[in-house]
Design a protein around this ligand. Structure first.
Ligand SMILES: C[S@@+](CC[C@H](N)C(=O)[O-])C[C@H]1O[C@@H](n2cnc3c(N)ncnc32)[C@H](O)[C@@H]1O
Length: 250
């Protein structure tokens, strides 16, 4: 790769990180899931082909031929300039457009996770990951964090491509029942969660704000031993989603 091509590459990644229509995938797992769930990959780069094909061989053999066709090799010193740490591979992908209105209107067979102003990208990513695994209909977030930030994509292992994920302002009116989750709610029992619910979780420090609590049909809590004040946000999302998933009849 020539010097000009190198600076072009650095500029492409810089621009992609600032572009709300694109996502930067850092590492093999995000790339693997993005490809499995139909992401449009624009560019994939790595400092060497051998470690990457060994990883693919071990973890996702179906991706080997794709990587062999699309991988651009770059000098290690250039690769180090593309990310704040050194993943095995980096990619630029398109972000799917999310029709929030349609998602909220649908008479869903699976709940939507609503994260109110999460403050930790790792928690956000873990919530997306478990939402994808449990078969949730989507993940909506409010607040300042971009749910498609590379660190959230890393936390989700790229599973943003498996379900709709979008940041919204205030929650628009919706026929779906809103269920507030928080330590002060009534104890949650299996079967309590309607399949079409919006499951609203609060931020790490402050919990769910009054506006969403006031709109909730019910406020439910995961029972905890006396003296424990709350669960980690992503842990609470995981338990609640699997309480729904394991108690559904189909
Ligand atoms: C770290 S907690 C926030 C703690 C905050 N002080 C509060 O009282 O909500 C982050 C979020 O995880 C969810 N959460 C944590 N523990 C929970 C529990 N025992 N039951 C239901 N949701 C819980 C809630 O949605 C909460 O807003």
């Amino acid at each position: 790769v020539s010097d000009a091509a190198e600076s072009d590459l650095i500029e492409r990644f810089r621009a992609a990180r600032a572009d709300s229509a694109r996502a930067v995938l850092e590492g093999f797992h995000p790339l693997k899931h993005a490809l499995r769930f139909g992401a449009r990959i624009e560019l994939v780069v790595a400092p060497g082909a051998t470690p990457l094909s060994a990883l693919a061989e071990q973890l996702a053999p179906e991706l080997g031929p794709w990587l062999a066709r699309h991988l651009t090799l770059v000098a290690p010193k250039v690769f180090r300039e593309l990310a704040s740490f050194e993943p095995e591979v980096l990619a630029i992908a398109g972000r799917p457009t999310v029709e929030v209105g349609g998602l909220l209107a649908a008479d869903g067979r699976a709940p939507i996770v609503l994260l109110e102003a999460p403050s930790h990208l790792g928690n956000l990513g873990s919530a997306v990951r478990v939402a994808a695994a449990a078969g949730a209909a989507g993940v909506l977030t409010t607040g300042r964090l971009d749910p498609w930030h590379p660190a959230a994509l890393r936390g989700a292992a790229g599973l943003h491509y498996a379900l709709p994920v979008a940041r919204i302002g205030d929650l628009p009116p919706t026929p779906r029942p809103l269920i507030a989750l928080g330590p002060a709610g009534e104890p949650l029992h299996l079967g309590d969660l309607p399949a079409d619910a919006i499951l609203a979780f609060g931020s790490e420090r402050r919990g769910l704000g009054p506006a969403l609590r006031a709109r909730a049909r019910r406020s439910l809590a995961l029972p905890m031993r006396s003296g424990v004040s709350s669960l980690n946000l992503a842990t609470a999302v995981a338990i609640v989603l699997y309480a729904w998933r394991l108690s559904r009849s189909d």
